[in-house]
Structures are given as C-alpha cells and as structure tokens.
Design a protein. Structure first.
Length: 830
C-alpha cells in the first residue's frame, strides 16, 4: 500500500463529477462536445501537480505500514496521475489495479473513492476534511465491510503489521437434545408434578420462580399450561393426556377439625445384637428373639399394644409380682403405641431407612457393655436427616456387672446425640429386658414425646399407608403388612401399591383376629393382592376397582418407557464403543503401513489391537445369581448385601430376585445361563434339588436362614473366579564353584556344566531351575543333566557336590546360585 499526502484543493472535487483520466485531452475547441462538463485549465492542473510533488517529497521520511501483509509503498508525485488526486481517473500503478479499496469516513466529497482521507493525526474523516493524507486500504474479497472497518480502525498507527490470526478449529455440530416425553393431566398439584417428573421439590419450585410463578407451594393447583411450562423448563416434552396420565396421589391435608389423635409409631433401632428384639419381647410379654435365626432379626416386625395395661404389667414385673392385668387387645379409645422392630445387621440398611421414614418416635437402643457401633452411627444419621422425629435412648443390658453407662453416654455425645444427663434434650433410660428395670419409664417417656408432638390424622376418607413387608403365604396368597397412616382401611377396598393393586379380602392385625377395618397407626396384614407389592411402597385407595387397574396400567407403561429410554442410552454407548474400536483399528493399520508392512500383515495388526481392547474392557468375570427370599423386605436386603461383592476382576450380577421358595423354573433359568441360586429363609423342595443335580452342569443352590452366612458363601464363590496368582517356592539352592566344558556328540560347541555344591534344601531334577547372579534372576528353565560324579541322579541333598546343566542356558559364572523352584497357583481372596 502507499501513503500519499494531498493538497486541500484536491479534496474539494467530487468523485461523482471526476472525469476518466484516460479520456482527458488538452483544450481544443473543435472537440468541445467530447469534453467533460467540469474542466480544469492547464495552468491550474500544473500547479496542483507541483503541489502534490512538494508534499510527497517532504513526507518520504514518514512511512506507514498498511495492509495485512505489512507491505510499505511510498510513491513519488511523478507516478501520480490526475485520478490519484481524487478528481477522477484510475490509479496507474499496476499493482494497485487488482486490489479492492474501501473509503474510511464517508464525507460528501469522498463517496466511492479508493482513498482514506485523514486531516492529519486524529483529523476529521471525509473528503471535506481539508488538507491531509490519503491512506489506501486493502479490503479482501468476501469480507463483512462493517467488521473489516472496525478491524482497520484498530490497526491505524501500528508500528508493525499485526500477526496473522491462527485458524480456529471447526466446532463439532451439537446434536439436538432429545426431550423425554411425559404425560400430564389437565390439572394437578405441584407436588404431584414432582412425583411425575421424579425431580426434587426444590428443583421444581426454583423452575417455577424462574418462570414467574409467585405461588410455588406443594399443594398449589397447576393448570395444563403452567405444568407444561415447568416440564419444558426442566427438560421434558409434556403431553396433556388425562387418560394416559391418570394416577393416584396422596390427598391434601384435611382441616384441623376433621383430625383425630392417633397412636405414635415407634421404631426400635440399633446395632446388631444390642437387645432390640428382646426389649420388644419384654414390652409385649412374648419371645420373638428366640425364634429368629441366629438370634438376629431378619424382618420388620410391627405390633400395637395398649399403654395402660403394658405399664401396669411392666411395673409388676419389675417389682417381682405377677401381671396386674391379662394381656388383651387394644380397646377403642385406649391410648396405644405401635412398635416397629427393625434389623440391626449391616445388610438391612434399606429396611432401617424405610422404617425410619414412617416413625414418629425413634428408640435408639445401645448396649451398655458395647457402646456406639457402626449401625448405631448409621441410625444417628437417619435421625439427623429427619428432624421432626422424636428420639429416646434406651441403654440395654444394664444388669450386667461392670458396665459403665457414663462412658456410653459420652460416646453418644461424641456421635451427635445430646442426652439429658449432659445438658442435652434427648432422654436416656437405662433398661434391662431380663429384670424389667426401666421398661415402664421407657413407655411413659415415649407417651410423653408423642403427647408433645400432638400426632393427629383423619380417621375417615380414603386410606393412605405404607407397605412394611410382603410375602407369599401358602393358603393365603400374596400378603402385605400395611401400616395405616391416614383414613380408614376397610374390607373390599381397592388399593394400589407400586405396580400392583388389590381388592382387600381380609385384614389381620398382630393379634391374629380378623377385623373389618383399620385406622391410623395400626399395622394389619392385607390379602387379595394380584401381585406381590414391594416393601416401602406407598398404599393408596382408589374409588373403584377400575380406577385401581387404570392407575397400575399407566404406571407399568411409564416404567416401560423409562426402560426404553435407558435402552437408548445403552445403544448410544454401544455405538460410541464401536466407533472407538474402528478408530483404533485405523490407527494401528496406519502404524503398520508406516513400518513397511503390507497386505494381511496390516490387517493382522489392526485385529490384534481390537482384540486387546475388547479383552481389556470385557475382562470382568461375573457370578450370576438368582435370589429367592421369604418376604420382599428381605429380598431387598439380600440383593443389597450381595450385589456389592467383588472388585474390578470379578463381581456379582443378579439376574432375578423374587419372593417364594426355589422352584423348577428357577432351576431351568439358572441352568440356561450358568447361574447360582441363593435362597434366604426359604427351602428348596426335594424334587427341585434332584432336578438341579441332574445333567452335566449341575445348578448350585445355597440356602440359609442367616444372611451373613449367605454373604460369606457368595464371597467365596466370587473369589474363585479371580485368576490365581503364581507363587515361586524355593526347595533347594546350589552355589556354582567351577565351570566344566564337555564335548557332546552332534554339537559343535562344548557344553558348559556348572560344578556346584548344594547349600540349602534338596535340589531336584524334576523341578525348574532358576539362575540368580548378584540378586538378579538371569534364567528360569528345566534341568537337562544332574550328576553326582559320573552318575545321573534325580536329586541332590544339602552338602553334596554335583554337576548341573540346563536347557537353553550355559553362561554360568562362579558364585552363581542355582535354585530348584516350584511354581504354585494360589487362590486369591476378596
């Protein structure tokens, strides 16, 4: 580019009136019709040319950088023509003819010119700006003019050309996000929308605030439009369909005048073998602990007792007197307490969590002779996550000699339970299930906490409850223990729990006598279920049997949709892995070609890389299990205890889990896939055991009423899948003292024999030999020759000299150690 300073008169001419410089001729009256309308006289033209030459000569020492390539062009006034001054004409410089120019500014007199006029440093833009410099600007083709203008303005006055901008990598095209389809009814509450979307309430409320909803209470009734907007905000594709979206949801709370007092639901929690079940036996004068397998509670037990009769009997027992009253059922209007006994074994974490979710008062059982243990800390965590739950600590086994209750209370304080004796607000009662000490005080403390909490619920209307546990019982079919939370549960009611429904046939309380109805706080066994509900399912009553069927059908359909959605993710992952394998194959083939390989050798290199990748990804061995248990709660516990067994090399995979005894179908399924059957608290009939033992591949069946025995069995079976480790055991050592060379027929070079002396153990020819030099193993191989003097022998004992020759190694040196070793495969443990 060139930089040329022009005189002020040259700026006054308009580009629109400028004649073509190539058509200019001297004045000739005969050619007047061909002259342009605006004509300059020769003297004036000559004066302008001289002025331009003077200014250009004065500014030759002031070069400027122009253009992206940094080319500096300074042209003298002699190279300028008439058009260069802005009064018309083309630039004569051949290098400039093919370039595009863009005017800087935009004054009235410079419209469309190829020059950028500046009135000195920081002068006004435009052709009418007076005397100044004209700056030529190159504009590359196909560039946004406005953007190029801004870039050029930033570059003015640079002492050096700007660096070339590096080429930016092309961004990959992002695939459009696929929204998950959800069916919504025309009207629903906010908390119901939370259940449909399976999102947190806080997340949905925040989305509503972003959309401008001022009322985001859980009971707020949403229109179809509001619900759709919330679903879209959270990444779902809403479809308003009342029939497809029909379901049952908990009803809103009733007015206070419609509520009645209900018994407190009290959960007994604590570490295994701390006396929870024995405490409950003492409270209801029964002996459940003796009937539990291994002395460990395997289920959640629920029962209701009257407070008045229980306290009287407990006080009489503590004083060594006979029972003050006969045990009887809870009478209408009598204050009562509902107890839940939860397992303390580590495998029953889910059952404890489920029990804590429905309790009003938690009795934290801690053995005075054992203190705070892992399951105790777990229960404390559950209590802290539910601040509305009342807590009372029961220190059991205080009748044992030498117990230190103060130390246990200090451990509780350290774990976060602030007992009253140390200034906290958690009552602590010392009890003994053997002598009856403190049991009456414990019941009174529970009643006082319940009275302070003012527990109320509706005793009329549709029922709402929770499945505590479920099982298949011979002669009764599917049975579920349901804890009623609200409403009245009656015979012939239509219930929905999870993905099953029931037409209630019988209601059986813990007393064993069928009742026509059950009220809040009462546990009852419900029969009439079409399928077995899962422990922890919410039980809701439908108006009709048809509504119950519709709700279950829609729930099953949504589960199927979720499964299909997860299948899409699996397919995408499979495609990603296939693309990765293809990429690795191509890279390995390119490497093989670079090494000079051709044809099948290149293909073999790619195949080897793919096989290595597949073996690396699929190297985890799996122990396939079919699990059967007596109730749904223990099925969940067994699954949770077994599915975590394993490591990166071997693990457990559960194919199916169900309630009931081991059946013929279980054996057939296990044989088809090579699985093992695990039964908890169930038995396998003799015919099933015979069928499992048949054939070339018998089906292993392991059953036990104690869960930790099953865990140990499965852990051992999983450990057998691990590749065995190879251990090298040294049975003898010989030190090389001298090297002999002997000629061997058919061999050119002489054979080297190590003259050695056995220094440790027994050196045997049948075992492998290992040559060690200065602590480094040089060779491991077989012994070809072992001689004592000239006699071939099979072994040499300690202190005897011998000659040793090995296959494929004869580079012995003095003081080398030759070891007689044995490689043994050792099973690994998890």
């Amino acid at each position: 580019m060139s930089s040329t300073l022009l005189s002020r008169p040259a700026l006054l001419a308009s580009s629109s009136d400028a004649p073509d410089s190539s058509a200019w001729r001297p004045h000739n009256p005969s050619r007047a019709p061909t002259r342009p309308k605006t004509r300059l006289s020769q003297p004036k033209q000559y004066a302008q040319s001289r002025e331009r030459e003077r200014i250009a000569s004065a500014n030759l020492d002031k070069p400027r950088w122009h253009g992206r390539d940094g080319e500096r062009l300074v042209r003298s006034a002699r190279n300028l023509d008439v058009g260069d001054a802005g009064i018309g004409g083309e630039l004569e410089d051949k290098r400039e003819r093919s370039r595009r120019f863009k005017p800087r500014g935009g004054g009235d007199g410079a419209d469309g010119l190829a020059l950028d006029w500046r009135r000195g440093a920081g002068g006004r833009h435009g052709a009418g700006g007076g005397a100044g410099a004209g700056q030529e600007r190159m504009v590359p083709g196909r560039v946004n003019p406005s953007m190029r203008k801004k870039q050029d303005e930033k570059r003015v006055g640079l002492a050096a050309p700007p660096p070339v901008r590096p080429q930016q990598p092309r961004r990959p095209k992002q695939k459009p996000k696929i929204l998950k389809k959800v069916e919504l009814p025309s009207t629903l509450r906010l908390d119901n929308l939370v259940n449909i979307l399976k999102e947190r309430l806080f997340t949905v409320q925040k989305a509503g605030e972003r959309l401008g909803l001022t009322d985001v209470r859980p009971e707020r009734l949403l229109t179809a439009e509001d619900a759709s907007l919330l679903a879209l905000e959270l990444g779902y594709d809403p479809v308003i369909d009342d029939e497809a979206a029909f379901d049952l949801y908990p009803l809103p709370l009733s007015p206070p005048e419609e509520l009645s007092p209900r018994p407190p639901i009290t959960g007994i929690f604590g570490h295994v073998d701390h006396g929870k079940t024995s405490l409950l036996d003492a409270l209801r004068s029964t002996s459940v602990a003796a009937g539990e397998a291994g002395g460990i509670t395997q289920h959640i037990g629920a029962f209701e007792v009257g407070v008045q009769s229980m306290v009287a009997n407990l006080r009489a027992r503590a004083e060594g007197k006979p029972a003050a009253q006969q045990a009887r059922d809870v009478q209408p209007g009598e204050a009562s307490i509902t107890f839940l006994d939860t397992p303390g074994h580590a495998a029953f974490t889910a059952m404890r969590s489920r029990g804590a979710g429905v309790t009003d008062v938690v009795v934290l059982v801690v053995a005075a002779d054992d203190g705070v243990k892992p399951q105790t800390q777990e229960v404390i965590g559950l209590i802290q996550s539910a601040p509305d739950v009342g807590v009372v600590v029961a220190l059991t086994k205080v009748d044992k000699p030498g117990v230190d209750t103060t130390k246990v209370k200090q451990e509780l304080m350290a774990a976060g339970v602030e007992v009253e004796d140390f200034g906290g607000d958690v009552p602590c009662v010392e009890v003994s299930s053997v002598t009856g000490q403190g049991l009456a005080e414990l019941v009174e403390t529970i009643s006082a906490i319940a009275e302070v909490k003012e527990l109320v619920a509706e005793r009329a209307g549709r029922v709402e409850g929770r499945v505590i546990e479920s099982r298949v019982e011979k002669g009764r079919g599917n049975v579920a223990t349901v804890l009623v939370l609200r409403g009245c549960l009656r015979n012939t009611a239509s219930l929905v729990a999870g993905t099953t429904w029931a037409r209630v046939r019988t209601l059986l309380p813990p007393s064993g006598k069928a009742v026509p109805s059950a009220y809040p706080g009462q546990p009852v066994e419900v029969t009439g279920w079409k399928d077995l509900p899962s422990a922890g399912d919410l039980v809701l009553e439908a108006a009709t049997e048809d509504e119950a069927k519709r709700a279950v059908t829609n729930r099953l359909r949504r589960i199927e949709q979720d499964k299909l959605w997860s299948d899409v993710e699996v397919i995408n992952e499979k495609q990603r892995r296939e693309a990765e394998i293809l990429q690795i194959r191509r890279e390995e083939e390119e490497k093989a070609k670079a090494k000079g390989l051709r044809g099948n050798a290149v293909l073999h290199a790619g195949d080897a890389a793919v096989e290595e990748l597949v073996d690396k990804g699929d190297g985890v061995k799996e122990l396939l299990l079919v699990i059967k248990a007596d109730v749904s709660g223990t099925v969940e516990a067994v699954v949770g205890a077994l599915e975590g067994i394993g490591n990166k090399e071997a693990k457990v995979k559960i194919l199916s889990s169900a309630v009931g005894p081991v059946s013929q179908g279980d054996v057939e399924m296990a044989r088809a896939v090579g699985a093992t059957i695990v039964g908890f608290n169930v038995k396998a009939p003799g015919s099933v055991m015979k069928e499992a033992a048949k054939g070339p591949t018998p089906v292993p069946i392991h059953t036990s009423p104690i869960i930790y025995r099953l865990v140990d069995t499965v852990r051992q079976a999983t450990a057998e899948l691990l590749p065995k480790t190879v251990e090298t055991r040294v049975h003898g050592e010989a030190t090389v003292q001298m090297i002999f060379e002997i000629s061997v027929k058919g061999r050119k070079d002489p054979k080297r024999i190590a003259g050695s002396k056995v220094t440790n153990g027994v050196f045997q020819k049948a075992r492998k030999a290992r040559v060690v030099r200065k602590g480094e193993v040089l060779h491991t191989g077989t012994v070809s020759t072992l001689k004592q003097v000239k006699k071939d022998v099979l072994e040499i004992t300690k202190g005897v000299e011998c000659g040793i020759a090995l296959d494929d190694f004869d580079q012995f040196e003095a003081d080398d150690i030759i070891q007689s070793v044995e490689e043994v495969e050792v099973a690994r443990q998890l």
